[in-house]
Ligand binder design. Sequence first.
Ligand code: FAD
Ligand code: UDP
Length: 386
Amino acid sequence: MDADLVVVGAGLFGLTVAQQAVEKTGARVHIIDVRDHIGGNAYSYKDEETGAEIHQYGAHLFHTSNAKVWEYVNRFTEFTHYTHRVYTTHNGEVFPLPINLGTINQFFHSHYTPEQARNVIAEQAGELAGTDPENLNDQGISLIGRPLYEAFIKNYTAKQWQTDPSELPASIIKRLPVRFNYDNHYFKDTWEGLPKDGYTAWFERMIDDPRISVSLSTDFFDPSQPWNRDALVGQVPVVYTGPVDRYFDYQLGELQWRTVYFKEQRYNEDDHFGCPVMNFSDPDVPYTRAIEFKNFNPERYDQLNHERTVVWEEYSRFARKGDEPYYPINTAADRSLYSQYKELTEQQPQVVFGGRLGTYAYYDMHQVINSALIAFDKQIEPMLKN
Ligand code: FAD
Ligand code: UDP
C-alpha cells in the first residue's frame, strides 16, 4: 500500500486533514470518495449555458468569526465581497429577511422607530409572556408575536420539516435573529465571502501536492476495490467521514436525516428574482426557497450570459434509502443511538471519525474545518508520528 494515511471522503473535513498531514508530517495520503468529484457537499461547477457557478448540493456561503480558520482558508483562495441577504415572498409581496425593522414596517404598513417596534412586538408576543416555550410554535410566537410568526415562520417551517411546528423543538429557531434596525445581513460573522474562482478551485489547491493521491467513484464498503474497510482498518491510519451507522453496517439501527432536492428552471431573462435566494413562506408554493446562482457572483458580470438564467427550486423531505443525508434530525432517540455508535468508534483501531456524517452533527464549513484542524493535532498527528 502506497499511503501512510487513508482518508475516506473528499469533503472539507477530509481535504483539511490530508493537507495538514502532508504539510506537518510529510505523510503520503490517499483520499477516496464514492462520488465522482472532490469537495463533498460544498462542490460547485460552472453551468455551460449561463456561466453561473452552481452549488450542486445547495447554496453554500462561507462565513466565520474564527481567525484561525479565516487565515487557513485564505491560503488557498481569495474571497469576493459577497454578503448574504435573503428575501421572502409572502401573500404577493416581497419582504427582507431576517425579520428586521424593514420587514416589520412593511408588514404593518407603519413607520415605527426601533423602540416603538420593540413595544409592538413585545405586546404581540405577550400572549405567552412568562412561559418557557418548548415547541417551535410557541417559541416563534414568544419571539416575534403571532402575526409575524404566522406570516414568515409557521408555513415555511412546516414545508421544510414536514412536521407541525407545535411538534418540533424550540431550538430550531432559537438562533433566528430579530432586529430592530434595518440591518438585513443574514450572517453576523466577522468574515464572509465566496471563493473568487469557485469552490472546486479552492479545494483543488488544498490537495495540490504529489504526496496526495485521489481515487474517485470509489466506495469504502466495496470489497472489490483495494481501498476498502476490511483491507485497510488495522493496517493503516484511516480518517472516515462517511455515515457513522453505515461504517458499522447499521448494526444498532439507522440514524435519521433530512434531505433536500431541487427542480431546475431556466428563463429567457438576465435576472429572474433580483437576488440569489428567495424564500417562499406560504403553503401554496410547494418549495421552500429558490436559488438564482448567477446572483452570487455579480463580479463575474462579463463572463455571464445576460439572455438566460438558471434557478433551482429547493424541496425538503425526510431522507429515504439512496437519498443524500443532509441535516441530522437529532430526536432524543437519534442522540441516544449516536452515543452508542460513538462508543463503537472508540474501539476501532487507528480510525478517526470526523465531519458531519462521521459524527452525526450539523456543521457549517468553517466549523468542519476547525474540527478537522483540531482532530489533526490531537488525534491524527500522534498516530502518524507513531
Ligand atoms: P461532506 O461534504 O458530506 O463530505 C463527506 C464525503 O464523504 C462526501 O463527499 C461523500 O461522498 C464521502 N463518502 C461518504 N460515504 C463514502 C464511502 N462509503 N466511500 C467513500 N466516500 C464516501 N455550510 C456553510 O458554511 N455555509 C452554507 O451556506 C452551507 N449551506 C449548506 C446547504 C446545504 C443544503 C447543506 C446540506 C449543507 C450546507 N452547509 C453549509 C454545510 C457544509 O456542506 C458542510 O459543513 C461541509 O460540506 C461538511 O464537510 P464534510 O467533509 O464533513 O462532509
Ligand atoms: N425559517 C423560517 N422562514 C424563513 C427562513 C427560516 O421559518 O424564511 C426557519 C425554519 O424553521 C428553518 C430555520 O428558520 O428551519 C433556519 O433557517 P435557515 O435558512 O437559517 O437555515 P437552513 O435551512 O439554511 O439550514
